[in-house]
Design a protein around this ligand. Structure first.
Ligand code: AMP
Length: 481
């Protein structure tokens, strides 16, 4: 049955609290179909684009269904890129925040050992990229014996990236007694075959307004010579004067070149492409999400799935060479019922790509005249004012949820044989505390981190100054979150 209110589903109060604090007022269309189906343990195939609320659509029922007491991972989400894996991890973590769920992300180009240590501790949900998931399974550091929920997110992108064999390898290590969810913006044949092979009577979920996002976005194009693109970019950004803008190029060399040009022109901008270190890519993405700079020059690395609100303008400095990328790129703007604008630069030799896109989106992108010199000059003052003001910094989504949570650091860990039960035992003996007030406990070599929920952090912090843990008074301090 379709329900239009989160309270109508059989969800625990911990989940409803997180949903409300995340400011999700009503379930989106995809959520209305997916949440009840997964709660009933049905396999599903979702054809829906990013920005439709699809992550929460599977995250909400998974968080509801996993058993907190089980120490081994119960849900596995496979994502095509590290950025998406990290973002999905955060989304699931936020939704499961008050149920105290532990979510781990495992992906390549990051130290294996840290992930191994994390997986050794209690973990409810694992999100990862295919190669690294297989590495952990093969080395015996990821126990998949209790996985009951499998999500294959952005399946079409996995197919494009040649990951299908790896996904099959992962599936073959899992129990057949599981719920499988597959999400994809498009349904190429390779994906259909995967569904037929590994899913049990899946429920198809197709959100009718496939191009709703594309319809909501005002799309324009300019015909321009390659060598005039920078000048046009400058004029367009002056006239449009966006609060936040993504500029897409087809290669990393082009990203570097455009970034350098803009930096020379004193734009506060950053760049992101596959040739950069993972650490730097994540930093750039996070800073852009929080609004530290207005302009991000990117390759398609940043086009898919990445959830950044309030991008007012997307510029295709290079027209994408496949039509699906076009929809993904412009989908960075106009998210969840917001309006947005997408501008595409097209050179004379690229009409074949343009025709293909027109066919795919079912309409023609409006051809515009280049802005006149007077228009550019008229807009300049406002542009300069904006570019010289620091953008408003947004708090991360998790920050709101963390308001009533305090994280404490205890100066003792694995080396002194500290176990979760020692921490829980001590904390539950403090007046006013119950197990439900204890969040995630993370014990590392010489330290323990524990979260205290429900605004009880300060009193616990005070009490621990004079309460021994495992027979000794420990140094306890507050940790910034
Ligand atoms: P996704 O399609 O998973 O990339 O989600 C797009 C954005 O929608 C994310 O910022 C979510 O936090 C947000 N979102 C998900 N569900 C809802 C909802 N029911 N109401 C409002 N925003 C939502």
């Amino acid at each position: 049955m379709i329900k239009a209110n989160f309270n109508d589903y059989q969800l625990s109060s911990e989940l409803l609290k997180a949903i409300s604090m995340l400011n999700f007022k009503n379930p989106t269309k995809v959520q209305q179909q997916v949440i009840p189906a997964v709660l009933e343990q049905k396999d599903i195939i979702v054809k829906s684009q990013t920005g439709s609320g699809k992550t929460a659509a599977y995250a909400i029922p998974i968080c509801e269904l996993v058993d907190w007491n089980e120490n081994k991972p119960q849900a596995l989400v496979i994502a095509p890129t590290r950025e998406l894996a990290i973002q999905v991890k955060e989304d699931i973590f936020n939704i499961g925040r008050f149920k105290r769920l532990k979510v781990s992300a495992i992906y390549g180009k990051a130290p294996f050992y840290n992930q191994e240590k994390e997986l050794k501790q209690k973990t409810h949900v694992v999100v990862g990229t295919p190669g690294r998931i297989i590495d952990h399974i093969e080395r015996g550091t990821f126990d998949t014996s209790k996985i009951k929920y499998l999500v294959i997110d952005e399946a079409d992108e996995m197919l494009n990236m040649g990951f299908i064999k790896q996904i099959e390898t992962i599936i073959s290590s899992l129990s057949k007694e599981r719920v499988t969810m597959l999400l994809s913006a498009t349904m190429p044949r390779g994906i259909e075959a995967l569904c037929n092979k590994y899913m049990k009577e899946p429920i198809p979920v197709e959100i009718e307004e496939q191009n709703l996002a594309a319809d909501r976005i005002c799309q324009e194009r300019y015909t321009v010579d390659q060598r005039d693109k920078i000048k046009l970019l400058r004029d367009i950004t002056i006239v449009e004067n966006p609060d936040r803008c993504m500029i897409f190029c087809n290669t990393k060399q082009k990203v570097e070149a455009v970034y350098n040009e803009l930096a020379n022109l004193k734009y506060i901008c950053e760049k992101i492409h596959g040739g950069m270190e993972q650490r730097d890519r994540l930093r750039v993405m996070n800073d852009f999400k929080q609004g530290y700079f207005r302009y991000l020059v990117a390759t398609d690395v940043a086009a898919r799935g990445i959830d950044i609100d309030n991008i007012s303008l997307v510029i295709n400095y290079d027209i994408p060479q496949d039509r699906e990328s076009y929809v993904h790129r412009i989908g960075r703007t106009g998210r969840i019922n917001r309006e947005g604008k997408a501008i595409t630069f097209v050179t004379q030799h690229e009409s074949n790509f343009l025709n293909d896109i027109h066919q795919y989106i079912g309409k023609e992108i409006l051809l515009k005249e280049r802005p006149k010199k007077e228009t550019v000059n008229r807009s300049k003052q406002e542009f300069v004012e904006k570019i010289n003001t620091t953008p408003e910094i947004k708090k991360s989504k998790g920050a709101q949820l963390s308001k009533e949570i305090m994280k404490l650091h205890i100066n003792a860990g694995k080396k002194t044989k500290m176990r979760p039960v020692d921490i829980v035992g001590t904390l539950c003996n403090i007046k006013g505390m119950t197990a439900a007030d204890i969040g995630i406990i993370n014990i590392v070599d010489v330290s323990t981190f524990v979260e205290i929920l429900n605004n009880k952090g300060e009193s616990v912090f005070q009490a621990l100054q004079k309460t021994p843990i495992k027979g000794r008074l420990r140094k306890v301090s507050k940790v910034d979150m």
